[in-house]
Design a binder for this molecule. Structure first.
Ligand code: IPD
Ligand code: CA
Ligand code: CA
Length: 271
């Protein structure tokens, strides 16, 4: 990153500390794959522990801020304008299956806008960072979204509903609309990393419905600071709806027209 602010440094330090525990636990999970014991409980302890580490580091450094974490829920701070938005382990299913595609996501929100975001992939030691107006970075390399315009050369990422989550017919219809027009669609299983990878130009776009603020807060800032665009797939603010589309500016409108043809045709405001 260029010159990280003190706040971004606090976030990076917290994330690195939480990552150490998760990497240890991931090693254990890889061993558990071959045993008959279920890794499920073990993993839920791993992400609760990671959230505790993040919370104590971040709240110690900024005691007045509020908190929204996937495991620990929300808490208002003395400063009602600022809060941390944290997913201690994004890609739990991958983690549980010994698959090395998972991340830690931390964002700082100020007056409803994301000011800073960090997404860390500890297995690849890739630290994605962004601050409003300061660009997006991968370790010390500046990021730009891809420049691809020809949809036929684009690779997109998405998420698919799993057991207990609705929305499969919509997801399948979206795949049927997009797949014939692009080079490939991936479902890697960490929405935060999917967004970071859009910022890095590895994906040309990403969409998924019904996510939460902690899945997307840091990633949306990364995409924006890397020159990409994002919106909500349903009317409302994307941080509230959790139904997100993000892409490079060249293909954004065409992808949006494929995913939400009704709203694009009627000119309804999204995002
Ligand atoms: C999940 C991941 C996944 C997405 C799910 C999320 P979790 O988060 O981001 O890619 O498809 O909808 O719930 O549960 O691993 O933190
Ligand atoms: Ca998540
Ligand atoms: Ca999680």
């Amino acid at each position: 990153m260029s010159t990280a602010s003190p706040t971004l440094n606090v976030m990076i330090k917290a994330v690195r500390r939480a990552a150490r525990g998760l990497v240890r636990d991931f090693g254990e999970v890889e061993n558990l794959q071959v045993s008959t014991k279920s890794a499920g409980d073990f993993v839920s302890r791993a992400d609760t522990r990671a959230e505790q580490v993040l919370r104590s580091e971040l709240m110690e450094a900024r005691p007045n801020y509020g908190w929204l974490g996937e495991e620990g829920g929300g808490a208002a701070g003395k400063d009602p304008t600022r809060r941390w938005i944290v997913d201690p382990l994004d890609g739990t299913t991958n983690f549980l299956h010994g698959q090395p595609q998972w991340s830690i996501s931390v964002a700082l929100e100020h007056k409803g806008r994301i000011e800073a975001g960090v997404i860390y992939d500890p297995v690849k030691d890739e630290m994605f960072t962004a601050e409003k107006g300061q660009g997006a970075w991968l370790n010390d390399r500046r990021l730009r979204v891809s420049a691809r315009r020809d949809m036929l050369t684009c690779v997109f990422a998405t998420g698919l509903p799993f057991a207990g989550k609705g929305g499969l017919p919509t997801a399948l219809a979206e795949l049927a609309r997009v797949a014939p027009h692009c080079a490939g669609i991936r479902r890697y299983g960490s929405a935060a990393l999917d967004l970071a990878w859009v910022a890095a130009g590895r994906f040309d776009g990403f969409w998924e419905r019904d996510l939460h603020a902690w899945d997307i807060a840091a990633g949306l800032l990364l995409v924006q600071e890397a020159g990409g665009l994002s919106c909500s797939l349903v009317p409302g603010e994307v941080m509230e709806t959790g139904s997100v589309l993000a892409a490079n500016a060249e293909v954004f409108d065409r992808l949006k027209a494929m995913l939400i043809p009704e709203q694009v045709a009627t000119g309804n405001r999204v995002g």
